[in-house]
Design a protein around this ligand. Structure first.
Ligand code: SF4
Ligand code: SF4
Length: 381
């Protein structure tokens, strides 16, 4: 495993990290074992944005005898209310949720205390001018969090964070689909360096964020590096071509400022596929030639299964419904196994009352209510 310094935090993090998003989907023993397996292979950074007790307990158990060998990226403002994820700045919920995080992880400190998921200017202003940021700074002063970070999908918010001086690192969504403007297939323009002219192939605001982070020594850890798995499948990839884990990891790790890509693993085989990057040849990592021959399309409106649209008043697991919709829509006939898994969700798309709350929270502009209707048409409920 190769390690990189995470900006001004000075932490030496593994370039392949662990995103905990999928831990709660499996039984506890399986997920604890998966974390331990990754750790044995040299992975030393884990993200825990999840507020649910099960995910937090799993991470706590996996690092019970090796806490100091992990860097934990834990989120402040991600809370668990009535059995659902709620992002909030309400300190009545924020404080106990953070206390719960420490308790379940079995630790009295976090290496990276993340200001959770700020994508709008309104939220940025609310966070930076109220009790929330005072709380975060207080945790930092007491050493309960060793460094302050922020997670965002919006490069403009990322730039503001990088300019503060006290936010030392950013968790940002990075993959070729998110980065590219549908404008050119000229590799020289897309990847020819980082002078201003060469930025014309990458969205200018995103390019500016990467450049600023490098200049200011603000480290970046990467989320959604695989675009929710969509980039592994030519039929779902917005480029019309499939990428390999080696190529996508290499793409993320070659952005300026990036130190680690946090991969969400379901099984050891997936961990092995990502860890293969450490021994991959230059040819295996070559994403550029794949992009060069790919027609470029926009990703906007496509679900990455991130779960940020919750809570749902009808308690629908929107990310999973969207996942099954994508799975079903890509096939002529829906296999019975997919039907069965869909039914096992309990609350399916038919429960949607069309309140639209999820659409307001979705960072990717997914037309969720419309998708719910289409999912009902496909699955019958
Ligand atoms: S629109 Fe439907 S899926 Fe979205 S939050 Fe409302 S009820 Fe839930
Ligand atoms: S609808 Fe939007 S917020 Fe919800 S899981 Fe999909 S991409 Fe994420």
């Amino acid at each position: 495993m190769r390690y990189r310094i995470l900006g001004k935090t000075g932490l030496s993090v593994s370039e392949i990290g662990f995103g905990g998003e999928w831990l709660s989907r499996h039984d506890e023993a399986h997920s604890v074992e998966l974390l331990r397996y990754a750790h044995e292979k040299g992975v030393n950074i884990v993200d825990c944005w999840m507020p649910d007790p099960k995910s937090r307990d799993i991470i706590g158990k996996a690092m019970a005898d090796c806490r100091t060998e992990w860097y934990v990226q834990g989120h402040i403002g991600s809370t668990w209310q009535n059995g659902q994820y709620v992002r909030t700045r309400d300190m009545e919920f924020v404080r106990p949720a953070f206390g719960d995080l420490l308790k379940r992880l079995g630790t009295d400190y976090l290496d990276l205390g993340m200001i959770h998921y700020v994508d709008s200017m309104e939220d940025w202003n609310a966070v930076m001018n109220g009790p929330f940021i005072e709380y975060v700074r207080g945790l930092r002063e007491k050493g309960v969090i060793r460094h302050i970070g922020l997670s965002t999908h919006n490069p403009l918010i990322g730039k503001l964070a990088a300019e503060t001086g006290f936010i030392e690192m950013i968790l940002f969504s990075v993959n070729p689909a998110f980065d590219m403007r549908p404008a050119t297939e000229d590799l020289d323009q897309m990847f020819g360096g980082y002078d201003d002219a060469a930025y014309s192939g990458i969205d200018p605001d995103r390019a500016a964020l990467y450049r600023l982070c490098e200049e200011k020594n603000v480290g970046i850890t990467v989320m959604k590096g695989f675009f929710g798995g969509r980039l592994f499948d030519a039929a779902q990839s917005p480029f019309g071509v499939a990428f390999t884990p080696d190529q996508l990891i290499h793409y993320a790790l070659t952005r300026p400022g990036v130190s680690s890509i946090l991969c969400g693993f379901d099984a050891k085989e997936q961990a092995d596929a990502a860890l293969h990057y450490e021994v991959a040849t230059a040819e295996e990592k070559d994403y550029a030639s794949v992009l060069a021959s790919a027609p470029l399309h926009s990703y906007r409106g496509q679900c990455t299964y991130c779960g940020h649209c919750l809570p749902c008043p009808m308690e629908i697991d929107i990310a999973m419904v969207n996942k099954f919709y994508d799975l079903a829509a890509a096939q002529k006939e829906i296999p019975e196994s997919v039907h069965a898994h869909y039914r096992a969700l309990g609350r399916t798309a038919g429960s949607c009352v069309g309140c639209g709350g999820c659409e307001a929270r979705c960072p990717f502009g997914v037309p969720v209510t419309d998708r719910m209707k289409k999912t009902v048409e496909l699955f019958g409920s």
